[in-house]
Design a protein around this ligand. Structure first.
Ligand code: HEM
Length: 470
């Protein structure tokens, strides 16, 4: 047993159950019960050890509990599929996800689809959906494969290295190539290095709390982030101007330049810039983390790895390079990716803010409260997923879960725009690298930790890769 996990579990349980003198809640008196520990303690547990905290809350209070976190309204947290169904079916006028994501606005910009609600959200989402439709994936597959080949050729063999850094480099380059349409060269290197520096500052979990987003000059972390953001915006403006001047291509930026609002007007440069940055932030670390978790699982389940490799041999034989069109024939690898997303949901839950009073999961809730649906708790519910701790991809071969029992990409009107892209990218990257390499565990136990909005392997997942034995 990992000592650190045990300590975190015990601490989370204490925080979830400890009572401080109960304070009356003037506006939200009748909410379901939940931990009465200090809101700052609840926030820290939620940020630092989200999984143990949520498990402890669930075992104490059941499938609905109210969490108190400073700076946001009380958060009523649900973990049963019926409540999830109701949240996903609710109108965008009753539940606002943009408001629940408001903390991301300083990172993403005011036009970002993630922070908008109502008509403005519908309009931006309508513009962003076409480049991410399943039938567009072919246009991106070869770039995903070539970037993976380039990167994995440089990975050390039989020596321990930090995997998350490498998967992140792959997914960042995939977005620079397929979304931004950038080619290798000085412009791409400059953009990559600015983005990596900005994203590194954002690793600080405190920045998802408004109080810590303070510009205390160019040397303070937030001050540095704001200055980098300005530079990135200038680079993006130059990229958009270049693309307008030099002509459109197959990338997503080009599609956005041609997209028009319902009244026929094109997207402004500011809109395009904010959406490009949103796609980068929403799409790169999430997919990198999902890849790292999947490779971790393959490293500790040799039987699953062997079955994946047998499928790769059957579908591709000795063909070089891998034909990305045939990635759709990899049914078992697809099941492996999904089981990995079930057992390691990269984003542990989704949030909404109630604009109007509503009844959810049999509970009447007033306007103004926040609602959370815990992806993590539903994915570990033994009534839905027997023996939930067991990694078993065949679950996804035998039956198709409902959108309320398996929802790593959220749902309803806010369902992840990049779902098909991410699942396709996972299959292309894994198929490309597993034809040549086999992951081998380099540490005994891997803990989960929060990084920004994602839950990643602690320490970035040290791993070893060896040449595949046939
Ligand atoms: C494994 C990888 C990924 C995971 C686990 C993931 C998960 C999620 C989740 C949970 C949401 C919130 C849904 C909700 O509130 O109901 C979301 C939203 C979103 N994701 Fe992803 N995502 C991934 C990859 C991507 C990629 C590759 C892109 C684009 C390049 C992307 C773009 C977005 C956008 C734009 C939204 C906002 C949708 C809206 O508010 O209407 N994601 N994602």
């Amino acid at each position: 047993m990992d000592l650190r996990t045990t300590v975190a579990d015990v601490a989370a349980r204490r925080i979830a159950t400890r009572r401080v003198s109960p304070r009356p809640e003037p506006t939200f008196a009748a909410l379901p019960p939940g931990p009465t520990s200090h809101p700052v303690a609840q926030m820290l547990s939620f940020l630092i050890t989200p999984q143990s905290f949520l498990r402890a809350v669930r075992s104490e209070f059941g499938r609905v509990a109210t969490l108190r976190i400073p700076g946001i309204p009380p958060l009523v947290q649900f973990s049963d599929p019926e409540a999830v169904r109701e949240v996903f079916a609710a109108s965008g006028d009753v539940m606002h996800a943009g408001k629940a994501n408001a903390i991301l606005e300083p990172f993403l910009g005011t036009y970002s689809v993630l922070v908008l609600d109502g008509a403005r959200h519908r309009s931006q989402r309508r513009l962003l959906l076409p480049p991410f439709r399943g039938d567009r994936m072919r246009a991106y597959g070869e770039a995903m494969r070539d970037i993976t080949l380039d990167a994995t050729r440089r990975w050390p063999r039989d020596r321990r290295f930090v995997l998350q850094r490498e998967t992140q480099a792959i997914t960042l380059d995939v977005i620079l190539r397929t979304v931004f349409g950038m080619e290798d060269g000085a412009d791409q290197d400059r953009m990559r290095s600015l983005l990596v520096s900005a994203l590194r500052i954002l690793d600080n979990p405190l920045f998802i709390v408004r109080t810590f987003q303070k510009d205390l000059g160019p040397l303070s972390p937030w001050g540095r982030f704001l200055r980098l953001r300005e530079k990135i915006r200038r680079e993006m403006d130059a990229l958009i101007a270049r693309r307008r001047r030099d002509g459109l291509r197959e990338d997503i930026l080009s599609m956005l330049l041609q997209a028009t609002h319902e009244d026929g007007t094109p997207m402004s440069d500011e809109e395009i810039r904010d959406e490009l940055f949103t796609l980068l932030v929403a799409g790169h670390e999430t997919t990198a983390t999902a890849l790292s978790w999947t490779l971790h699982r393959l490293s500790i389940h040799p039987d699953v790895l062997a079955r994946v490799q047998a499928e790769l041999d059957e579908v591709f034989g000795a063909d070089e390079p891998l034909d990305v069109d045939r990635v759709r024939d990899l049914g078992y690898l697809d099941a492996v990716c999904k089981e990995s997303l079930r057992i390691h949901p990269v984003i542990p839950g989704i949030g909404r803010v109630l604009e109007q009073p509503a009844r959810v999961g049999g509970v009447d809730l007033p306007a103004g409260v926040a609602i959370g649906c815990s992806i993590y708790l539903v994915h570990f519910d033994p009534a839905i997923w027997p023996d939930p701790e067991r990694f078993d991809p065949t679950r996804f071969l035998d039956h198709k879960p409902t959108p309320y029992t398996f929802f790593p990409f959220g749902g309803g009107l806010r369902r992840c725009i990049g779902e098909a892209f991410a699942l396709y990218e996972m299959r292309v990257v894994l198929a490309t690298l597993l034809r040549e390499l086999e992951p081998v565990p380099a540490v005994r136990e891997v803990r989960a930790q929060r990084r920004n909005i994602t839950v990643t392997p602690a320490g970035g997942l040290p791993i070893r890769m060896r040449a595949r034995t046939r």
